[in-house]
Design a protein around this ligand. Structure first.
Ligand code: G6P
Length: 462
């Protein structure tokens, strides 16, 4: 009998893939490759391993590429109907599961699990099924499959049914909600998510805290872990890449421009985030305003360089949040600014080179999320900063488990406390700051992305 199995020995599945296409004016397709941990992880296993990355077609260009049969070796994009994808991605993944795990709901009014939710949930199931079927088709006998994130929680269970021979792993890049919050989901949906995840041989999380929360949910709502193993793999900064990239000409150019904007002899407080509700950018700005109010000595002597890159702008709450970040920045500038000094330099345009320039100039990095799976910015700034930087870090970021000792820890809701932490960071003696920054950089690069991926794969096969 001819085998119906595919050829891939190592498969990765994620919503966002390593490449995206845009349609040019003449109708040609332009491919843009992304970076990130998974990309360097996969390249580390080598090209002879028959690796395949299964992802969604996200843009019009992506869909067009699938239709024209254009693609990259080792990548398969799934052209899931746009409305099904939108319901699954915007409706369920980003508006429900993301909110649950980051505990973002304003609970007197939300969530509302109604007929609309049920309709979107059906799309989430269909979208997960499309991934499971593609993986089942492509995987060689006994292959290893690593499924990524909250978009694809049902895939391990579905794939297990289709292909019991496979080794199936799932990795969560987000926090996991504690049982008391997770149980907000309708019981049947909560059960489906947990059983879907528990279809995997092994589940990976970024920290002990998220792994424990998942285990607690499984014990309370799904009768335990069954045969599924749970492991922790913290993801570190890619030091070699960052240090090299941060010294290229375009970054140097942007440093010169940024120095001009900041002004001679001033300190800089840097933050770099997607404009994301969980990143707590608004309270960060309130804390900065409080710093200027309570410590008049810093007026004219410090600039807050804040990057808030557009993200998930299909969702109204994200658009409103972006507008609030903008409004508050302008308000602070109007309140405290002087002819030669702009207290907040806000950057809403995605410009990686400019954010690296800010990393290099940073005296203080502000990373104050409400809840965060890891937060790589906290790890990247100490690695790149020229003179060493002080890190003000939320205790609710996964990175805090590794960096807490040399960071200045804040409760992300405590604006007064965060203002005091900023003052402490700005006042730190240069020698102490440099020493702490060095230790932060060492801790931040302990687990490079390539190693992170290989470790997961070894554990899955082991
Ligand atoms: C988080 C998720 C990732 C996601 C990223 C960007 O870090 O864990 O899976 O890719 O956000 O979000 P986006 O919705 O733009 O893919």
């Amino acid at each position: 009998m001819a085998s119906t199995y595919g050829a891939a020995q190592v498969l990765v599945a994620s919503n966002r893939g390593p490449v995206s296409y845009t349609v040019g004016e003449d109708g040609s397709l332009d491919a843009k490759r992304g970076g990130g941990g998974l990309v360097s992880g996969l390249s580390a296993i080598g090209s002879d391993a028959d690796a395949l990355w299964v992802c969604s077609a996200l843009s019009d260009g992506d869909r067009e590429a699938v239709r024209r049969g254009i693609g990259e070796d080792g990548v398969r994009m799934l052209d899931i109907p746009a409305d099904v994808h939108a319901d699954a991605y915007n409706g369920i993944a980003n508006s429900v599961l993301w909110f649950v795990h980051h505990m973002l709901y304003q609970t007197p009014l939300e969530p509302v699990f109604d007929a609309e939710f049920r309709r979107q949930w059906a799309s989430y199931e269909a979208y997960n099924r499309a991934f499971a079927e593609a993986l089942a088709e492509e995987a060689a006998q006994g292959a290893a499959v690593v499924v990524q994130d909250y978009h694809l929680t049902l895939v391990p269970g579905m794939l297990r049914e289709l292909r019991p021979d496979l080794r199936i792993g799932h990795f969560s890049h987000t926090p996991w909600a504690p049982p008391e919050y997770f149980r907000m989901l309708p019981d049947d949906v909560a059960g489906q998510v947990l059983r879907g995840m528990l279809g995997a041989d092994r589940l990976g999380f970024l920290t002990e805290r998220w792994a424990e929360a998942f285990t607690a949910c499984a014990e309370r709502f799904a009768g335990g872990l069954g045969g599924t193993r749970v492991g922790v793999h913290g993801l570190g900064a890619d030091a070699d890449f960052l240090r090299k990239r941060a010294h290229e000409a375009d970054v140097e150019e942007r440093m010169a421009a940024l120095r001009q904007e900041i002004g001679e002899g001033r300190r800089t407080i840097v933050r770099v985030d997607r404009t994301e509700l969980s990143k707590n950018i608004v309270r960060g700005l309130l804390a900065y305003r409080r710093l200027l109010e309570a410590h008049a000595e810093w007026r004219e002597r410090v600039v807050h360089v804040a990057f808030a890159y557009p993200s998930r702008q299909d969702l109204a709450v994200y658009r409103d949040y972006t507008a609030e970040v903008q409004r508050l920045s302008e308000e602070i500038n109007a309140e405290y600014g002087t002819p030669g000094w702009t207290p907040v330099v806000l950057n809403l345009k995605d410009d990686f080179a400019r954010s690296l320039a800010a990393y290099r100039l940073a005296d203080v990095a502000l990373v104050n999320p409400i809840r965060d799976g890891m937060n790589l910015v906290a790890k990247e700034v100490p690695v790149v900063s020229d003179a060493g930087c002080a890190l003000v870090l939320s205790r609710e970021a996964g990175a805090h488990e590794e960096l807490g000792e040399d960071a200045i820890t804040v409760n992300p809701y405590d604006v007064t406390g965060t203002a005091a932490a900023l003052h402490e960071a700005l006042s730190m003696r240069p020698e102490e700051r440099a020493e702490r920054s060095k230790r932060l950089a060492a801790a931040a690069t302990a687990l490079p992305p390539a190693q992170w991926f290989v470790d997961q794969l070894d554990a899955l096969r082991g």
